[in-house]
Structure formats: C-alpha cells, structure tokens
Design a protein around this ligand. Structure first.
Ligand code: ATP
Ligand code: MG
Length: 415
C-alpha cells in the first residue's frame, strides 16, 4: 500500500493548467490518472518543472479516444502526446516490470541479453511505480485531492536529496543503460547525492552503454549538456570512466572542453540561446586538428578541412548519432577558426556577416583564453564588432600590407 501524503509543499499555482486538464479529462472517462515523474519531483523541491508527465490506467488507444487529436509515439516505449495549446503533455500507461526470463508477453515486452528493447506490458499503479528508475521519480500526484502517493519511500529521498535506483542497481542499469546517464544528469542538475549502491554499480555497467542505439544516446547527452549543470555532469562522466566509452576520440578532456561547458552553463543561467554543437565542437576540436594536419600538406586547404571534419564526425557517429544540423554547426565553427586567424582584409566583412560568426567568435575567445591563439587576435575581433562602418574600414585597411612601391626598371640604354 502506498503512503498517502497530504502535508507536502507542492505549490499548486506552479502546476500547468494544461496538465491538470489532461488528468481531469481522463478521470472523467473513469481512468485512474496522476501527474508523475520529474514534474512531481521538481515541484516538491521548489523547482519549476521542465515538462509535465501523466500516468494513467488508460491504454494508448483509450487515451486517443479521449483526445482524438493526440499522437501515439514510440515503439520501444509507446506513449501518447496530448497537445493543449502550445504545451505537449506526455501520457504513459501504467506498466509493469517483467522478469528477465519471462517471455510470455513477447509481443509487448522483449529483452536481449538483459537489455529491455520493448517495454509495453501494462499493469496497475503500484507495478508502475516499481518499474520507474529512481525513487524520487516514482511519486504520483493527485491534483483533485492534493495528495502525493509514495510506493518506494521517495519522499524520504526528496528530503535527504538522495538519488536512489529502485531495485537492484546492477540489474536496473543492465536493463536500460541510459539510466546511467540519467543518474548523472539528475545528480548534477538537482545537486543530489548518489546513494552508495546506485553509485557503485555505475562504472562496472559503463560498457553496456555501447548497446544503446546511437540516436537515443544523443538525446540523453543533449539533455545532459543542456541541463544548466553540464560542467558538473561532465566531471561525473569522467569520474565513472564513461568518457572513453562515449567519446573515444577525446577521452582526455581539455581545458577548452571545460571552458565550453562552463560557458554553456552560464548562458543557460542568463537565458541565452545554447546548442550542444558548441560543446561537441570543443570535445572533438583536437581530433579535428590532428586529422587536418595528418592530411598531406599539398592540396586545397579548404578541401582538407572538409575531409577532416567529415572523418571526425563520422567516427564519432559510431557511438553518438549527431543530427545533421549540429554536425554542420560544428563544421562551420571549425572552418571559421582559420579564417578568423588569417584576417584577410577582403574576408572581414563577409566573416562579420556569416551566420555562424558569433559562435565561431565565442569559440575563438575560449581558445584565446587557453593560449591557443594570441590574445591580441581575439581582442581585435572583439573591437571590430563595436565600431561603425567607417571605423571598421579603417581597421581593415590597417591590416593591408603596405602597397609595395613599384621598382622602376632601369632604362636600357640604346646602343
Ligand atoms: P526531466 O523531464 O526533468 O528531464 P524526468 O525524470 O521527468 O526528468 P522524463 O524523461 O521526462 O524525465 O521521464 C519521466 C519519468 O519516466 C521519469 O521521472 C521516470 O519515472 C520515468 N522514466 C524515464 N526514463 C526511464 C528509464 N529509462 N527507466 C525507468 N523509468 C524511466
Ligand atoms: Mg519529464
């Protein structure tokens, strides 16, 4: 039986109206329905939830009957996206945990070597609680009665700020190795302590990340980098020796990477736009450069840059599927570095107008701070952006090498 907690501190006004409407509609149709997961956890911690997840006894098809315009998504894990206004509420059906050797539900549940590849066997709410990852993620909130349901002593862990896997950590990481990255991301994001056995099982399970589809790894790493606590999360990846598994090309993290993580965290705190491409560009920068240098010295430098970028990104794709738009971003930031360093007078204006100028300039600043380029160069690019067009022209002209005076040929004397 769950504990029913009425004396919690969930600020009701912070709950999305849309999420409550979804819960109410499903309840009206007689399905048992709650808010669950990250939103309940964050509300209890006084944080603003990123999104709202709903858990229900209705199957995806039944949810769709209640919300005809909703979309069924996912195969490994089927859920329903209900759009209310501009918000998307994720609705998942209560599921139950299936033992590793149980094959009786083959169509809905499948595990290969202990790794769950399909997880669609529905169950009731208490079964659902135990198949969730961490105790603090398995709290259910009933908005109609303003009560939290706790099956796994999650409230206690909220109180002591502890991240604890439900069940046997070794088995739970093996079933779904992405939980390793979730453990790291949530520890960093919430500033929690990892419970001992939850922590101890991480490093030995690291290798199993190799079996996770590369697209899913990208999604999870993207969340980790964009969590606002990327620097801390990255330290944890290093601590558990996960860097060599995820980024075999750059397992020795450089100061440039730390600087890129720090700058991303700062920008998120200031609500400025960020992209995982910037961190990935920093992570693979050294490898890109050595790849470029390894190409024969003859040949068109631009082609060599393209070749080097393509090779590095392709190699990284073996583990993490970097979406095209991010790959293009990385390539542009890399290529622009040499143009920013060269400062050819004719290229200055086009560079200032290049759509990736800002990102490439930010990257150059980090490199300057790490003594990779002379500080005067970064300074010059900082200044030129503050000048009006006439002043800019003066600066650009000052770059031009002095026009060589034509040497007069001595006149041949006629014989
Ligand atoms: P946030 O949305 O803040 O990133 P979250 O915990 O809500 O964090 P979601 O990916 O939205 O993360 O997942 C919602 C809930 O689904 C989780 O809180 C957890 O209960 C459950 N869950 C998600 N991923 C897993 C997993 N790999 N294994 C078991 N349960 C999971
Ligand atoms: Mg969530």
């Amino acid at each position: 039986m769950p504990r029913r907690i009425a004396s919690h501190k969930i600020p009701v006004d912070r709950i999305s109206r849309s999420a409550i409407r979804v819960v109410e509609s499903l309840r009206k149709a007689h399905y048992e329905t709650y808010l669950v997961g990250g939103c309940v956890r964050d509300l209890l911690l006084g944080l603003v939830p990123k999104d709202f997840d709903v858990a229900t006894s209705a199957t995806p098809e039944e949810v769709k009957k209640v919300f005809p315009r909703a979309r069924l998504i996912g195969r490994r894990f089927r859920i329903v996206h209900v759009r209310v206004g501009r918000e998307i509420i994720e609705v998942s059906t209560f599921r139950k945990q299936i033992g590793p050797n149980d094959t009786s539900n083959y169509n809905e549940h499948e595990a290969r070597d202990g790794v769950i590849v399909r997880d669609n066997v529905y169950g009731n709410i208490d079964e659902d609680a135990f198949r969730r990852d961490f105790t603090v993620n398995a709290l259910y909130y009933d908005p109609a009665n303003n009560i939290v349901l706790d099956f796994v002593k999650g409230m206690q862990d909220i109180g002591s700020r502890t991240l604890r896997l439900i069940g046997n950590p070794k088995v739970r990481y093996q079933e779904d190795p992405v939980r390793i990255l979730r453990a790291i991301r949530l520890t960093a994001k919430l500033d929690f302590t990892l419970e001992k056995s939850t922590e101890k099982a991480i490093a030995p399970a690291g290798e199993s990340l190799n079996v996770v589809p590369s697209a899913r790894l990208f999604d999870e790493l993207n969340k980790l980098f964009m969590s606002g606590k990327a620097e801390r999360a990255f330290e944890l990846l290093q601590k558990f020796n996960l860097l060599e598994i995820l980024f075999p090309l750059s397992s020795d993290a450089t100061d440039l990477v730390t600087a890129a993580l720090y700058s991303t965290d700062q920008r998120i705190a200031q609500e400025k736009p960020v992209t995982p491409g910037f961190i990935l560009a920093a992570l693979l920068w050294n490898h890109y450069r050595s790849q470029y240098n390894a190409l024969a010295t003859i040949g068109n430098p631009q082609e060599k840059q393209f070749d080097a970028a393509r090779t590095v990104i392709q190699e990284q794709q073996h583990t993490i599927a970097i979406p095209k738009r991010h790959a293009f971003f990385m390539r542009d930031v890399w290529h622009l570095q040499s143009r920013l360093e060269r400062r050819t007078p004719r290229s200055i204006r086009p560079l200032l107008e290049h759509r990736r100028f800002r990102a490439a300039y930010d990257f150059l600043l980090l490199r300057a701070r790490n003594a990779e380029v002379e500080p005067g160069l970064a300074q010059w690019w900082t200044e030129i952006q503050t000048l009006n067009p006439t002043e800019q022209q003066e600066q650009i002209s000052a770059l031009s090498p002095q026009k060589k005076k034509r040497r007069r040929r001595p006149k041949r004397e006629n014989a």
